[in-house]
Design a protein around this ligand. Structure first.
Ligand code: ADP
Ligand code: MG
Length: 383
């Protein structure tokens, strides 16, 4: 590309990130590799990103002094944490900082009602859903949404805050169990598979997408991502198109993850989005020229997105705390560490708990099925 950049932010500028979990950690390593400096705002003293940050502001996301320090020291701000306070993001933008994604986009992604309504209004397919602000609003006929899943509008993740419902009585009971929070009732669809697409959109409006990942979950948590996804080329193209359209309609700047359901007859519906890099994009750490975290740096700094094509088929496996011993002992890393085509990424979390994301590994091979077989074999050796 030869087009000149308009006021890019260049190293060694300080970049600020709200949230210091593993996504913030991988953002920080990408930014530091490129010569930027990083400030992390996260109230957790042992936030994984702090290991790689120049400055760790160990304060709440709404702390005025901490936010003021970001204004005083940073050239641009991003987030890794979906439930970050959208008003903090808006306030930082009002102070003249470049904030991406915008507080408005973050607010849409945080609320399933706003999110699904936006997607539908953008002309993109969702599962049939009903927004329920309070139980008194329920229409007489719920049959278009049953059997279904009731999901809290806010703060659900990894399958939490969801109840499967078959009858209108189930819906009423589940609403009271969920303390009458705003919810969406969504029709249960017969899924052939699940895929996700990670999009990067620059300040100038260039938009690129990574190849779709095919995602398998275990107990509601992402287990394995397979790339290329085992779907027809036309479906791959359509998923990438839909994800990029969504980013455009949102006037999004930054990295946006879009999750899809693949249905019978190659029908695609959008399930949800995340306003940040995504677990299913960790394959880009080893299998594409640009990682999703470098894209986040590039987008916030006003640079062009990097190349996204897959260099080699890859499978990403999540390492949950379940693999650690009950006494906290480490898994047996020997085979994983000696396999020449596998790459271990650990997040530096001190305490392993069941279901906690501790790290992941990528296995690269000549084709995705081969990578999957090797990844499964390695998983068996961990303990
Ligand atoms: P979370 O925010 O917890 O990831 P999701 O809405 O993505 O919540 O739901 C978690 C998982 O539950 C999905 O990945 C999918 O496997 C299943 N699921 C969710 N909604 C539906 C649906 N409408 N039909 C079938 N399966 C669904
Ligand atoms: Mg999900």
């Amino acid at each position: 590309m030869t087009k000149p950049l308009t006021s890019p932010i260049l190293p060694p500028a300080m970049l600020g990130i709200l949230g210091g979990g593993q996504l913030g950690r991988m953002f920080a390593t990408a930014a530091k590799t490129m010569g930027y400096r990083v400030t992390v705002l996260d109230p957790d003293a042992s936030a994984p990103a702090a290991d790689f940050a120049d400055v760790h502001l160990c304060k709440p996301y709404t702390d005025r002094d901490a936010l003021q320090q970001l204004v005083d020291t940073c050239a641009a701000i991003t987030t890794e944490f979906e439930n970050v306070n959208a008003d903090s993001m808006r306030w930082l933008a009002e102070q003249g900082l470049r904030v991406s994604p915008s507080g408005d986009c973050v607010a849409i992604a945080q609320d399933r009602i706003a999110e699904k309504t936006f997607i539908r209004n953008a002309g993109l397919a969702t599962a049939p859903f009903l927004a329920i602000l309070n139980a008194g609003d329920l229409p007489d006929d719920l049959s278009p949404y049953l059997p279904g899943i009731l999901k809290t509008a806010r703060l659900g993740y990894d399958g939490k805050g969801q109840v499967r419902v078959k009858t209108p009585e189930d819906v009423r009971y589940a609403l009271s169990e969920l303390k009458h929070q705003p919810c969406v009732l969504e029709k249960m669809l017969p899924l052939v598979s699940e895929v996700s697409v990670i999009v990067t959109r620059s300040r100038a409006g260039e938009v690129v997408s990574f190849p779709p990942a095919e995602n398998e979950h275990a107990n509601g948590i992402l287990d394995v991502s397979i790339v290329p996804a085992r779907i027809a080329d036309a479906v791959t193209a359509r998923a990438r198109d839909m994800a990029m359209t969504l980013a455009e309609k949102l006037d999004y700047v930054g990295v946006l993850a879009v999750e899809f359901f693949v249905l019978e007859g190659d029908e695609l519906v959008i399930n949800e989005m995340a306003p940040r890099p995504h677990n299913s994009g960790h394959y880009t750490l080893d299998a594409t020229l640009t990682t999703q975290f470098e894209q986040q740096v590039r987008a916030m700094c006003g640079l062009y997105p990097g190349r996204t094509e897959l260099l080699k088929p890859v499978v990403m496996v999540n390492l949950l705390g379940d693999v650690w011993g009950e006494d906290g002992s480490e898994p047996n890393w020997e085979i994983l560490m000696t396999a020449p085509n596998s790459k271990l990424h650990l997040y530096g979390k001190k305490e392993a708990r069941v279901g906690r994301k501790m790290g992941h590994f990528n296995v690269l091979a000549e084709d995705a099925n081969d990578a999957l077989e090797q990844a499964r074999a390695i998983m068996e050796t961990l303990g």
